[in-house]
Design a binder for this molecule. Structure first.
Ligand code: GDP
Ligand code: MG
Length: 820
């Protein structure tokens, strides 16, 4: 019964062939017919996915395999490669232990390859490499075997460079090496692939050498001299002839030969031409095959010769860890609590331990409006009817905030589009839970109802930011409630999307980019059958910051009985980045103080007096510091001041956008000695005014988001692309040529504000020969004064204020600051 399990994600740059390869696996497990492999893309099953030909949501599928009489279950998640959907990749990685990284052999490692590989390594996910589309090197680029080898060598080297820059040392042997067998080469579309071991097995009898030894001869400087019947490291034979390297002769040789026969065969003649050659390598072709079209016959021959599924399944089983192995080194990274029984049970993958599940995404159930919570069991066994405790993202072990009790109505295993209900499921598996969706927004930790002292599993880090927004409203006010419900559903289903609700009935959806929002609106429209949604043009999220050390500002409470002085100043970019990537753990005051003093040069006294980071506790970008000494009653009102800090950092003084990179100093406070005169309302409103005033006094600035843009194109049309990029305030940082081809990649940055329609414009100036990838890169200060009329940032602030139905005039210092 107990099957060996592997949980793997398939990750890559968009279009490098993940879905097609996943198909090969699905086909080999007998779930779709082998004939349709490479055509149907089983995992792309949403109408918008089929229409756009890309994968949007990651799909999980459990595949049973028997290898050497052992039963295995491989849970595969095919994830989307387009940057706009990278939050789906993050969710996929969290529940898996290994990743098959797919790289197109012509395009090589691209920006998104690096991003997903980095994400994988940060989660301690072990990679194997699948170099795909080798058929393109043979037929399209017509590389000689030696050129092909050099190209593969280069791809492997650049993959290992990425791996060594991001691996944290927690996982052993993460480098990929063809000799080890953790690299496969092939063509997903034609259904073939191999590792060096595949060929070493074929030849081991002929060479009378065991497979591992022989595999070593099939890479690097190893040549077989037929005259001496010996392997040697020099390319010259005994009689001085130039030899082909082992890889080219024995591995690529037969493949090139078969392709040559294909290219020289007229339609309908392949059967006759290829029969004797393939029979020599032990592949029987039958009468039935003689009627097939060349292409179909060729694919079926290749699939019998070196089936892609076998190469991948062997590589996955041999080189990617079982949950038991992986959880040992992942547990400390996964669990947010101390070394307690929960962490121990996770690291042991103990079926009898306490239940610990991380729900990484919510999958809509067709038609019903309900969701399946989809996640990974790290410890314990989940049963139907299980009484559960659900810890949300705001859970706090001290206050029990955001903890709910619920029951698992059903336990599901995913099979692509379908789900099957099971009575119970043990640790190391990927499961769906029905019945808890009411309590889960995007992600959560699930434990037994009785585990009151369990800490949650760490939340996921998303590598994208929601920087583009669109405002939506219904045509008829009577439909407003339905829109709100639809948006709540959308927000549950998409791990990145942020929906903000506004009293005026106009709601805002923020996502990663134009494409992401387009898909979300399509989804929303689907929920709200028949109701017309009006949407605004895309709006770019801006943030507010300060550019100098400001004067301290005084504000009094509404009852005039308390007063506070606050000043604001900019934080260094490095610190903001560290805070945002949660490299600084604010929950742990000591570690936080240490990081601030050692890495960011803060005064040690000050570093101990950080009161809060915000606005988002997961990815904060601003700090509130207490700079006072011995103030009576200050501890009683600290939380009220922190509340004001959260309000202001979520909604700054210029246009009520989030603030970024501001350090607020509480300089002095005077509090009334009667506690009834210094309640929450008095203190929060006073502190809020002082914080807003402090921002105005520290030369406020607007920041805009910047995309990094990679344009893959043909060298002949580069000029047109440069023009478009320059016109849109873009900065070109370099170009890379794919060796031996006219294909090149232009790397640049473009402000999100100037990015709308960029993809279409680039396609049209190059007659469809440009393939841009846009991804959020960083925030950049707009260097002009938003308080001065008619500057660029002043115009942006005013536009935002008008859109938000605020008074068009930006507040002035006297609106907030009181006199003594
Ligand atoms: P994904 O975006 O990574 O999921 O990529 P897909 O599997 O959707 O494939 C993208 C495109 O590449 C499709 O048009 C496929 O037909 C094509 N493709 C996939 N594998 C191969 C291959 O091995 N060789 C060639 N020439 N094309 C392939
Ligand atoms: Mg895909």
């Amino acid at each position: 019964m107990s099957k060996q399990v592997r949980n793997i994600s398939v990750i890559a740059h968009v279009d490098h062939g993940k879905s097609t390869l996943t198909d090969s696996l699905v086909g080999a497990a007998g779930i779709i017919s082998m004939e349709s492999v490479g055509k149907r893309r089983f995992t792309d099953n949403r109408p918008d996915e089929i229409e756009k030909g890309i994968t949007i949501k990651s799909t999980a599928i459990s595949l049973p395999f028997t290898v050497l009489e052992k039963d295995y279950l491989i849970n595969v998640i095919d994830s989307p490669g387009h940057v706009d959907f990278s939050s789906e990749v993050t969710a996929a990685l969290r529940v898996t232990d290994g990743a098959m990284v797919v790289v197109d052999s012509v395009e090589g490692c691209r920006s998104q390859t690096e991003t997903v590989l980095r994400q994988a390594l940060q989660e301690r996910i072990k990679p194997v490499l699948m170099v795909n589309k080798l058929d393109r090197c043979i037929t399209e680029l017509q590389f000689t075997p030696e050129e092909c080898y050099k190209n593969l060598e280069r791809i492997i080297e650049s993959t290992n460079v990425i791996i060594s820059s991001y691996a944290d040392g927690g996982v052993d042997n993460v480098q990929v090496d063809p000799i080890l067998g953790n690299i496969a080469f092939g063509s997903g579309k034609t259904g073939w692939a191999f590792t060096l071991q595949t060929f070493a097995k074929f030849y081991s009898e002929k060479f009378k050498t065991d497979t591992d030894k022989l595999a070593k001869k099939f890479w690097g400087e190893n040549y077989y001299c037929h005259e001496r019947s010996k392997w040697q490291t020099s390319p010259l034979s005994k009689s001085g002839r130039l030899l082909q390297r082992g890889f080219c002769e024995f591995v690529l040789g037969p493949i090139y030969k078969l392709y040559k026969i294909l290219s020289e065969s007229e339609e309908g003649k392949l059967y006759e031409n290829i029969k004797s050659t393939v029979e020599k390598i032990g592949i029987l072709v039958t009468k039935e095959d003689s009627n097939k079209e060349n292409k179909v016959l060729f694919q079926s021959v290749m699939m019998r010769f070196i089936p892609a599924s076998a190469a991948m399944v062997n590589m996955i089983i041999e080189h990617l860890p079982s949950p038991q192995t992986a959880q040992r080194y992942r547990s400390s990274l996964l669990y947010n609590g101390p070394l307690d029984k929960y962490q121990t049970s996770i690291s042991e993958c103990n079926p009898d331990g306490p239940l610990m599940i991380f729900v990484s995404k919510m999958v809509p159930m067709s038609g019903s409006g309900r969701f399946v919570a989809f996640g990974r069991i790290f410890s314990g066994t989940l049963r139907q009817g299980h009484k559960l405790r659900i810890l949300g993202p705001d859970f706090n072990p001290n206050t029990d905030k955001d903890a709910h009790n619920s029951t698992a109505q059903s336990v599901m295993i995913m099979m692509g589009k379908k789900m099957e209900s099971v009575a119970e499921c043990g640790p190391g598996n990927v499961v769906g839970i029905i019945g808890i969706d009411k309590f889960v927004n995007k992600s959560c930790t699930v434990t037994d109802e009785s585990n009151k002292d369990a800490h949650p599993i760490k939340n996921m880090k998303h590598s994208v930011s929601a920087v583009v927004q669109v405002a939506v409203e219904t045509e008829h006010a009577s439909d407003a409630q339905k829109l709100t419900d639809g948006l709540k559903r959308l927000s549950k289903a998409d791990s990145l999307i942020q929906c903000t609700f506004n009293d005026s009935g106009q709601h805002v959806i923020a996502g990663a980019g134009e494409l992401h929002l387009e898909i979300c609106i399509g989804e929303l429209q689907g929920y709200l059958k028949g109701i017309v949604i009006k949407k605004s043009k895309p709006i770019v999220s801006l943030t507010e910051t300060v550019s100098s050390v400001g004067e301290k500002c005084l504000a009094k409470s509404p009852n005039k009985l308390n007063r506070i002085y606050v000043s604001a100043e900019p934080l260094s970019d490095d610190l903001v980045r560290d805070m945002e990537s949660s490299d600084i753990n604010f929950q742990d005051a000591k570690a936080c103080a240490k990081a601030l003093t050692e890495r960011h040069g803060w005064d040690s006294e000050e570093a101990k007096r950080v009161w809060a980071m915000g606005p988002d506790e997961q990815k904060p970008t601003n700090v509130l510091v207490d700079c006072t000494r011995g103030i009576a009653y200050l501890n009683d009102v600290k939380d009220y001041i922190v509340d004001a800090f959260r309000l202001v950092t979520a909604s700054g003084v210029l246009s009520e956008e989030q603030t970024r990179g501001i350090k607020f100093n509480v300089v002095d406070v005077h509090l009334h000695n009667d506690s009834s005169h210094r309640g929450a309302l008095q203190i929060t409103s006073m502190a809020r005014r002082a914080l807003l005033g402090a921002m105005l006094a520290a030369r406020p600035r607007i920041m805009e988001p910047i995309y990094s843009v990679d344009v893959q194109t043909h060298e002949s049309v580069m000029g047109g692309i440069y023009n478009v990029i320059n016109k849109r305030r873009g900065v070109i940082s370099g170009t890379e040529q794919t060796c031996g081809t006219p294909i090149c990649v232009i790397k640049c940055t473009v402000p999100v504000l100037d990015s709308f329609g960029l993809t279409e414009e680039l396609r049209s100036v190059t007659s469809g020969q440009a393939f841009p990838q846009l991804g959020f890169d960083h925030w950049s200060v707009i260097n002009c004064n938003p308080l001065e009329d008619q500057t660029k940032s002043n115009n942006l602030v005013k536009e935002t204020r008008i859109r938000k139905k605020l008074n068009v005039n930006i507040p002035v210092l006297s609106d907030f600051v009181d006199r003594m």
